[in-house]
Design a binder for this molecule. Sequence first.
Ligand code: FAD
Length: 384
Amino acid sequence: MTETAKPQLAPRDLCTGCGACSSGCPKGAIHMVRDREGFLYPQISDGCVSCGHCAHVCPVLKQREVRSQPAAFIVWNENETVRVQSTAGGVFTALAEFALESGGVVFGAAVDEKLQVRHIAVKNKEDIRMLRGAKPIQSELGEAYQQVQMYLEQGRFVLFSGTPCQVDGLYRFLGEHPENLLTCDFACGGVVSPGVWGRFVESMNYVKRHRAVEVRFCEKMKGEKDRRFRVRFEGGGTFDAPLGKSQMGRGIARRLFLRPACYHCAYANTNRPADLTMGALWDLPKESCQKGSVSLLLINTVKGAHIFDRLPLKREGWALEEAVADNAALRGAAVQPPDRQKFFEELERLPFRKVCDRFLSLRPYQGQQGDKWAALKEKLWKKR
Ligand SMILES: Cc1cc2nc3c(=O)[nH]c(=O)nc-3n(C[C@H](O)[C@H](O)[C@H](O)COP(=O)(O)OP(=O)(O)OC[C@H]3O[C@@H](n4cnc5c(N)ncnc54)[C@H](O)[C@@H]3O)c2cc1C
């Protein structure tokens, strides 16, 4: 077969790496291959018979259905330990417990022994802790979509949690919205390159002379507003710093090494692919802060509403407009910093530490420019 006969998949700068094409290829002819920036992209091999299934299931090439506007709530898990271990208010754990109590299987992102992030299936409550907490790195789905399909076919209830593009990819792969599948996505500001994260891990291992064995990206500390980036090494050593003061955290805040598609994200709005959308609440009035961390929850579908009614979560109704004003990831895609390309070029020719010092030095971070919503946020909170 000639090169030109191969199906046309999403353009590189829009491909989210969801892998629906590769997971769905009937010939197993599409492999997800890492590029020089460390992100996975589909590569069509000679086994391709040009059936076109991959282009058919690609979410980027398909017009998305426009749903009616979701209902918004402020919610939090009553269990304080769970809230402390979660990134926001511990909604995910409540959902996961519900799914497992219903005899189901829960899919979400966990950190493996090499500290890479990948989707795994969890079948008992003790293992929910592996999925708890946001990992900013793009998680590798591997065969998660096929496994979800297998459990659904066995009649099991499945909860799939992931970025909105991963959830959309799952539905496109399945080709339907099965009754026994519940999905949750989250307000997502973009995913970090697994390749860059790998370089951070290597560099930390080298500096500490021991292998890093555990990482927490946004650990909560009592009485501290800043999240902590904590790494534990073999032999007992640790790295522990406020996330915003670590080079990794600064790279995340600067959106320096996000996947190219994240800068054009089609999901950074309130038309969500999942049944439920979780989010963090950023600008909380003081009195609400005293409740501990809380989540934003968007109820996007009837199924989502039905299950939300059965969850043991504390809740307060919230105007969608206020939720959107509070959460930048529901208003638009991350803005690409002008030095992103330079960063990746330098990464190929200079030692990693030098590149970090050049791009991630600890100047106070000014935030992204032009938050036209700031005034509206202030007005809305004052009204409360
Ligand atoms: C890459 C990323 C970007 C985010 N950006 C924003 C943002 O811009 N605005 C905002 O309000 N909140 C953001 N969050 C945080 C998100 O809102 C919270 O993780 C979510 O609200 C769940 O919080 P929780 O307390 O209910 O549960 P937690 O216990 O914190 O839930 C963790 C859940 O997130 C999933 N997860 C963790 N890491 C990944 C990953 N790399 N890929 C896919 N799924 C993952 C887990 O499977 C689990 O389901 C982001 C999280 C991630 C992972």
